[in-house]
Design a protein around this ligand. Structure first.
Ligand SMILES: [Zn+2]
Ligand SMILES: [Zn+2]
Length: 286
């Protein structure tokens, strides 16, 4: 370890995360406590990007269905989220810079609904994410992943459809940040091999070129480490292409409560510096 490897060698930031138990059923703690944790860890700035609520009951997550939460309730809770995040942005000014965002979905109807919410709430930016392939969620659990693989007709097809839907989402929304670019690998131990297949490789390249063209940021997502992966999202071969294309890459902890605030962010920063990335992190609003 050299001097430049100390955490002070980079600004601690997170461009994606800050989910809280107050506004998300699969997260923990109040949003204020989450923001206080970022302040305590000396973060320069943080993007708070709560999930898009479902446009209708159909796309509620399984835990929301079990808890009997309606889409109407979740939409109302999202409005309260924006209000609370704006309040904290104001009251914590001077201690930390907060960007108020939201994380999208790409299932049927999500994109027009997202546009509506942008008009209504004017978030500072959005993180464009894909958690469903052809309307089947694949990241909630290993069982969900298996169901999505079956619905897609195999793993290779799941990857192809994922990257196609990501492309459409980026084209439609131009999100300032593209979230966990290769999340589709989440429960696939052979993902490196899968991404070597020519049709998958071509799609990855196409999506990266679109990101470059629109000057968007790639989230380098530390939650992969939390879930036991050996590297963040996206994988090293994709990060190397991003570097070559001069795409800005910024750490995101994808925190879902105090205990994941800042978790593995320094590891991601070290990862990025080792690959040759600049740590003058691009802001989501620049
Ligand atoms: Zn979440
Ligand atoms: Zn996500």
């Amino acid at each position: 370890m050299t001097d430049t490897d100390t955490p002070s060698a980079w600004d601690r930031v997170s461009i994606h995360g800050g989910h809280s138990g107050q506004f998300c059923l699969h997260a923990k703690d109040s949003l204020e406590a989450v923001v206080q944790a970022y302040i305590a860890q000396g973060f320069s700035w943080v993007g708070i990007t709560e999930h898009l609520p479902p446009p209708s009951d159909r796309f509620r997550y399984e835990d929301e269905i079990s808890a009997g939460l309606s889409a109407a309730f979740l939409q109302d809770r999202f409005s309260r989220y924006i209000e609370e995040a704006r309040r904290l942005q104001e009251t914590c000014r001077g201690q930390i810079r907060i960007y108020v965002g939201m994380e999208t979905e790409a299932y049927t109807g999500a994109i027009p609904f997202c546009r509506e919410l942008i008009r209504e709430h004017r978030p500072d930016y959005i993180v464009g994410s894909v958690h469903h392939v052809d309307d089947v969620n694949f990241d909630f659990s290993a069982e969900h992943y298996q169901a999505a693989v079956s619905a897609a007709g195999g793993l290779d097809n799941l990857y192809l459809r994922y990257f196609d839907q990501q492309y459409d989402m980026i084209r439609s929304l131009s999100p300032a940040v593209v979230g966990h670019f290769d999340l589709v690998r989440i429960h696939d131990p052979d993902y490196r091999k899968r991404m070597e297949a020519a049709p998958v490789k071509e799609r990855i390249r196409r999506n990266l070129e679109l990101i470059r063209e629109r000057n968007l940021i790639l989230d380098c997502n530390a939650r992969a480490f939390v879930k036991g992966a050996a590297e963040p999202y996206p994988t090293e071969t994709i990060l190397r292409q991003a570097l070559e294309l001069n795409i800005a890459v910024v750490p995101g902890d994808d925190s879902h409560g105090i205990d994941s605030v800042g978790l593995h962010v320094d590891r991601v920063c070290r990862w990025l510096t080792d690959l040759g990335f600049d740590t003058a992190w691009k802001l989501p609003t620049s």
